[in-house]
Design a protein around this ligand. Structure first.
Ligand code: KIV
Length: 279
């Protein structure tokens, strides 16, 4: 782990980040990072790099399964991914994202889905989208930490009219702030704010008692999250323009494309395998 990794991650070897560590970090004014992860190798790399929280997001729909939105992904598809990420990490708190259609109907249905994530995939918390205080109350009442997700919620993209900034204007900002307060009151340990104006995210962050995790919500949230394929530049140009809020820290797409093309050329030319690779 790098020396520059902040104290949030500095517990004894093998100890997990807990929700209380994230709360203490907020109280100290210490920011932390969250990334999505859907497999063992990225989970291990991000864990060792000091990413405090790994989200096995329903964005697996777009980034693993190739669906056009997050709506089709199922619990059966998500659980093996969550299990792989949990099994590959020692430090990060792993959050499993409840798929569309598996929690909205009632608090009881939400609890049943959350219990499957905790029992069958052994994650440490769950996340759900939208203003759902009753579901959050029921799930946290059973001892399961819940991360809320407000602002732009991709599972509602058809209702919201596409990927659009939410909470803009006085009324929408006041509604967002009220909803954030209520999900915290219901028991959420953190709130994701997606595609929210920076000044609104700053106000929510100042006024609620738990960490906010921004994605397209400016610099003033307590934490930041990105989808790892966006962060590392794996996303192909054919997937459409990279959202403005993404910073690309690498160009994995070019690295992999070059490696695959070199491999194909070597095989074609008979340059691979050589005696070194032969038993
Ligand atoms: O599923 C996901 O990747 C998410 C994050 C972008 C917050 O919900």
């Amino acid at each position: 782990m790098s020396d520059s990794v902040p104290s949030l991650y500095g517990g004894p070897a093998g100890s997990r980040v807990r929700t209380r560590h994230l709360q203490l970090a907020k109280e100290r004014g210490e920011k932390w990072a969250m990334l999505t992860s859907y497999d063992q190798y990225t989970a291990q790399i991000f864990d060792e790099a000091g990413i405090a929280v790994l989200l096995v997001g329903d964005s697996a729909a777009n980034n693993v399964f190739g669906y056009e939105s997050t709506l089709p992904v199922t619990v059966e598809e998500m659980l093996p991914l969550v299990r792989a990420v949990v099994g590959a990490t020692n430090r990060a708190l792993v959050v499993g994202d409840l798929p569309f259609g598996t929690y909205e109907e009632s608090p009881e249905v939400a609890l049943r889905t959350a219990v499957r994530f905790m029992k069958e995939a052994r994650c440490h918390a769950v996340k759900l989208e939208g203003f759902r205080p009753a579901q959050i109350k029921m799930i946290t009442g059973a001892g399961i930490p819940v991360m809320a997700h407000l602002g732009f919620t991709p599972q509602s993209e058809h209702q919201l009219g596409g990927y659009r900034v939410q909470g803009r204007g006085d009324d929408a900002a006041a509604t967002l702030l009220r909803q954030a307060r209520e999900v915290v009151e219901a028991g959420a340990f953190a709130v994701v704010l997606e595609m929210v104006p920076g000044d609104v995210a700053k106000q929510v962050t100042a006024e609620i008692g738990v960490p906010t995790v921004g994605i397209g919500a400016g610099p003033d949230t307590d934490a930041q999250v990105l989808v790892w394929q966006d962060m590392a530049g794996l996303r192909p140009a054919s997937a459409g323009p990279t959202p403005r809020f993404v910073k690309k820290y690498a160009d994995l797409h070019s690295v992999l494309a070059r490696a695959a093309a070199e491999f194909a050329a070597d095989v074609h030319d008979g340059a691979f395998p050589t005696a070194d690779h032969t038993f």
